[in-house]
Ligand binder design. Sequence first.
Ligand code: PMP
Length: 461
Amino acid sequence: MTLLTANSPTAELQALDAAHHMHPFTHGQELGAKGARVITRAEGCWLTDSDGNRILDAMAGLWCVNVGYGRKELAEVAARQMQELPFYNTFFQTTHVPALNLAAKLAELAPGDLNHVFFAGSGSEANDTNLRMVRTYWAEKGQPQRDVIISRWNAYHGSSVGSGSLGGMKGIHMQGGLPIPGVHHIDQPNWWSEGGYSTPEAFGLERARALEAAILEIGPDRVAAFIAEPVQGAGGVIVPPETYWPEVQKIVDKYGILLIADEVICGFGRTGEWFGSQTMGIRPDIMTVAKGLSSGYIPIGGSIVSDEVASVIGNTEFNHGYTYSGHPVACAVALENLRIIEEEGLVEKVRDDTGVYLRERFESLTDHPMVGEAKIVGMMGSIALTPQKETRAPFKAEAGTVGFKVRERCFANNLIMRHVGDRMIISPPLVISREEIDTLIERAWQSLDEGYAAVKAEGLF
Ligand code: PMP
């Protein structure tokens, strides 16, 4: 067959894609009829599609391209490593230089005594590791009955059988027989959608105490761990009320339950600290990482584990691992990516400079008649769409209808913003400039205006 290129006509690219390529989280036939958007190249915060449009990527790919696109250093490191040692495994008492260096670097960056790393190929795989690791930990401590993991509805922890079970997405549970036994879900700290009857502070405490209620219901001696994202990402960038995390930390401490912070999105500067756990003031026993670890340039994930958990797991042979656990090319690229983040001061830039500017500009979107609240931490934010700000009312349409319309307007205006139900979310590259932030807000505002006009015309208020 003749391979197509980035310069082939869009219609040809779309037709071949529709014929053979199955897309994640996509209705195949609907996409086939419409034709996928074909992205051909990218630089900084900007994508180019096969029609030559330049699009501002306010999602950093899938929340991952923290250092921006087009970093030659990362390509060069990958090419060098491929020539030196393209693959070797880390099973059977073997190691290699990129894996040991990256593990040590992550131990240096991670807070507290999180000093040990188990590598995976993705966030889903790393959460599968965590599921087995916490159960193995308790079994090794002579408490094998401690096998229940508590998570939250509307959490996202991946889409493999294990990680999809840990997550609380009904759409994932509906297909393929999930969740597996031993995962218990509690309600999320989403004040806007579920908590308007009390103050955010009281609601945060209430939702944290749902964890204690679940522990008591299941039996404290049966609960292995609580897993949560410091700030829920795929669930709609739900920033918990300030009272939530301190209370959760108290509860896990009280019952001696392991805390797994899923940092797949929050890690590596996104919240204005190296890790979301630092922003939220929590002390996890395990952190899940992926995405920003390599800025998405190459697949890699991992679990960063405390001294205590690692030492107990080290008492036995942990029968777990992936061919690509600690892949040398992925580790070399991740190390170079961390060097860039550190040397360019991207975490500090988000915390003290562009993140502050983005917050100010993003919060101004609440002046729009259809925007009820704007929530933002560092470089991850969301706005809630509503026809009635005071009552936080939904639209007269199925949830997500208006969000989808606004997202389509964003696409048309060459801005990538995602919608989760009727929330619009952003997670731009950490290198976004003030000027690009202005463009982001202008295009978002214009898309909201156009969406608002359509909603009014269709009587969805
Ligand atoms: N955890 C969180 C918090 C995520 O956002 C994601 C991906 N969006 C995952 C886990 C799963 O990571 P992956 O897609 O790399 O398997």
